[in-house]
Write a protein that binds this ligand. Structure first.
Ligand code: CMC
Length: 429
């Protein structure tokens, strides 16, 4: 017979309740507190430091060991041996595709790379100097207005086509955002290219010249996309799930994820890393800057992680890619890169960082790689959004398919005024 484990919670008034302990495939056990409402109480866990908000089979992180698996496959193996579209299939469907499925999936995604011509008009409503993430939030959300034929979230076929459309069109919109900002004409997708080549083509090609992608740089961008494809229940993914729990359509949900991703504590971190390096300006000022970090005047961007209390496994891969790209482009003596290495070395030896288990995260290196690829700083989070779209869509799809799905509705510990009566204006102090 199954040995059911329970946790017993006893209150100071003598009442007690038995709460089941649940085990996942990997990771810590969780206490199922759903029955707590019988006591008329909630748990208090701001920022969800001790809360599993859902059960999921997509991504696993062991923050202490510095491990990340997509559907059980270690991220290092996927970054080394797979490609982004294959990883997308894996995240969405749960298994690696066989040869026929792989070809079919690529064909389906490729069919949807163009956007409705009217969507291009949305861009004119934005100032040319608008932050590209502001444009992304608006234009990706606007996709909801174009696909009324497939917005029934309870229909698996509709969900599949929406997933394919998002996966195929978000890179096109991202590249259009860049072109709009730089004043160059939009480039239509070129379906003979791979997914990543096409993204680079739409960003960097012009109608005036032939564009030949550099395979080493394509591989580097492919790795960035693979490493950022999913990261379990982070802020933007939780936002997508919460928005989706109300039955909102996937385009609107992904747009809400893009908004959450924009913040410097989340997806905006690699942009913040580059800004920080530019502000420091020179290796000779690194030591002074570090003093300010330790005096808590500001944070060292690209260091620390809510879950990883060891080296971020994505950072290891990205560090390697960083060297490869800088070598390929003969940028090893780039002053920004030198400064980054100096910061990294100081931080890894410093008691302040060791004590708090603050290691470089993926964004510390990805910003340097993206910059070397010629992608401007304000586009970094957009590239992250392109990568994370598949994670958001897979997590959203998993949530909608869950037979126990309910609208997400956290409660609160109310600390405001107790009930009081309305005071007429003339009697107010
Ligand atoms: N620089 C200096 N001190 C830091 C840093 C940092 N980057 N991160 C955390 N600390 C200190 C913090 O001051 C606190 O010290 P004390 O215990 O003395 O008060 C301690 O470390 C714990 O900090 P926390 O804020 O409780 O940690 P958290 O888990 O809530 O925050 C974080 C995680 C990522 C928001 C934070 O480490 C941070 O702000 N890092 C810089 C921004 C960054 O690189 N973000 C990218 C995250 S990875 C991308 C992604 O997955 O989205």
């Amino acid at each position: 017979m199954e040995n059911k484990r329970i946790a017993t919670l006893t209150l100071d008034d003598g009442r007690s309740i038995e709460l089941p302990i649940l085990s996942g495939t990997l990771g810590p056990d969780v206490i199922d507190i759903r029955a707590l409402s019988k006591l008329g109480m909630f748990t208090y866990d701001p920022a969800f430091l001790s809360t599993a908000s859902c059960s999921s089979s997509i991504t696993f992180i062991d923050g202490d060991a510095g491990q990340l698996y997509y559907r059980g496959y270690p991220i290092e193996q996927l970054a080394e041996r797979s490609n982004f579209l294959e990883v997308c299939y894996l995240l969405l469907h749960g298994e690696l595709p066989n040869a026929a499925q792989k070809v079919e999936f690529k064909g389906k995604v490729t069919q949807h790379t163009m956007v409705h011509d009217q969507l291009a008009r949305f861009f004119n409503g934005f100032r040319r100097d608008a932050h590209p993430m502001a444009v992304m939030v608006g234009v990706v959300g606007a996709l909801s207005a174009f696909y009324h034929d497939s917005l029934d979230i309870n229909n698996p076929a509709h969900r599949e086509i929406s997933a394919l459309r998002l996966l195929a069109k978000v890179p096109t919109i991202a590249a259009m955002t860049y072109k709009y900002y730089t004043g160059f004409p939009f480039m239509y997708p070129k379906n003979s290219f791979s997914y990543v080549e096409n993204l680079m083509y739409m960003m960097f090609a012009t109608p005036a010249e032939e564009y030949v992608p550099n395979p080493k740089l394509v591989r580097a961008l492919e790795r960035i996309l693979i490493l950022h494809a999913d990261h379990e229940q982070n802020a933007s993914t939780s936002t997508v799930r919460l928005a989706g729990s109300s039955g909102a359509n996937p385009f609107a949900c992904v747009s809400s994820g893009i908004a959450a991703l924009w913040g410097p504590a989340h997806g905006g971190a690699n942009e913040a890393v580059l800004k920080m390096l530019e502000e420091i300006g020179d290796v000779s000022r690194v030591a002074d800057f570090m003093k300010g970090v330790k005096d808590k005047k500001y944070r060292l961007m690209g260091f620390g992680h809510r879950v990883y209390k060891n080296m971020d496994p994505r950072a290891k891969v990205m560090r390697e890619t960083c060297y490869e790209v800088l070598q390929e482009l003969k940028l090893e003596n780039d002053p920004i890169f030198k400064m980054a290495l100096e910061l990294e070395q100081i931080a890894l030896r410093d008691e302040y960082f060791i004590e708090r288990k603050l290691y470089p995260n993926v964004d510390f290196y990805s910003g340097i790689v993206l910059r070397a690829l010629g992608i401007p700083t304000n586009m970094f989070t957009v590239i992250f959004a392109v990568a994370r779209t598949i994670g958001w869509v897979s997590q959203w799809n998993e949530m909608i398919s869950d037979s126990e799905r309910k609208i997400g509705r956290p409660r609160q510990l109310y600390q405001g005024a107790a009930k009081r009566d309305y005071v007429a204006l003339e009697q107010r102090k």
